[in-house]
Design a protein around this ligand. Structure first.
Ligand code: SF4
Length: 282
């Protein structure tokens, strides 16, 4: 007799599939697992097995060795981001519309305004922060408080204007008392960030702070282990550096961030335009 998928698991899978549909994801595939695991994974991801249960081995037991970077505990199973394909012709407008007046996670309860993101929809450079603070929540715009002013100075020191780049966050609603977003909140909101990044298709992504970096890299390693190094994110260059709010508390770290941004300037062909202003953002 084929083994039935437990009802609790079926319910969990159905909820997850509904969530994927909510965020506009229809197709799933996996190619980094051995064939026998791929068949098991397909059984789990596609809706058919929910209706026609097949023998399923526990995924935890058959999961292959972890990737080089440890998996951030956002995902209890295989990488969420790897399972999400780029949506053809996706736009920021469509993503904003799909997000709507979002109540998908508990952060919606305390928000004043949802902070979707702001800037050039065709930017070569995207900054990703953690989540809105008090000023951002009030205005519905990212990085408009003290930390935002410092970010603006850094952008201008690179030879750019704020409207040249795109700025967004991992979660789009302010966490209570500016606490760190919790893993279920990050897991629920970050697929929309992923769509934003895919739609903008920037040359460089700069993660501001550990939450943004750990989320996109799906790692729980501390940012100090990889800050300032070029990393790959779905075929794009990713650089993690300190959050401007951290710099306000630790001004001595501004020099490190400026070194990171100079590397970004080289890739974007900005070196020499404003390089002499390095000290102005520090
Ligand atoms: S944080 Fe994201 S998922 Fe949660 S309610 Fe706000 S927009 Fe929705």
């Amino acid at each position: 007799m084929p083994e039935r998928i437990p009802e609790a698991l079926q319910e969990k899978l159905t909820k997850r599939l509904t969530f994927y549909q909510d965020i506009g994801i229809q197709l799933f595939y996996r190619d980094r697992y051995p064939q026998q695991l791929a068949s098991v994974t397909e059984e789990i991801i596609l809706p058919e097995p929910v209706q026609k249960p097949q023998p399923v081995k526990p995924v935890v037991e058959t999961r292959p060795a972890p990737p080089k970077l440890e998996v951030f505990p956002v995902a209890s199973g295989p990488s969420l981001f790897e399972a999400i394909n780029k949506i053809p012709d996706d736009t920021l407008l469509k993503i904003h519309t799909d997000l709507g007046d979002c109540t998908r996670c508990k952060l919606h309860r305390g928000r004043t305004k949802l902070v979707f993101g702001d800037g050039n929809p065709k930017a070569e450079l995207v900054f990703v922060g953690e989540g809105p603070g008090r000023d951002e929540d009030a205005q519905g715009l990212p990085f408009v408080g003290r930390a935002g002013k410092l970010l603006t100075q850094m952008i201008e020191a690179m030879g750019l204007q704020r409207q040249d780049v795109y700025i967004c966050n991992v979660v789009k609603c302010r966490p209570p008392e500016n606490r760190t977003p919790e893993k279920d909140e990050v897991e629920t909101c970050s697929p929309f960030l992923l769509r934003q990044l895919d739609a903008i298709s920037p040359k460089v992504i700069v993660c501001l702070g550990s939450v943004a970096a750990q989320t996109l890299l799906e790692t729980n390693r501390g940012i100090s282990h990889f800050r300032g190094e070029w990393l790959d994110f779905r075929g794009r260059k990713l650089m993690a550096t300190y959050h401007p709010a951290y710099l306000l508390r630790n001004p001595s770290a501004k020099g490190e961030v400026w070194k990171d941004l100079q590397k970004v300037m080289v890739v974007l062909g900005l070196q020499g335009k404003k390089g002499s202003q390095a000290g102005k953002s520090s």
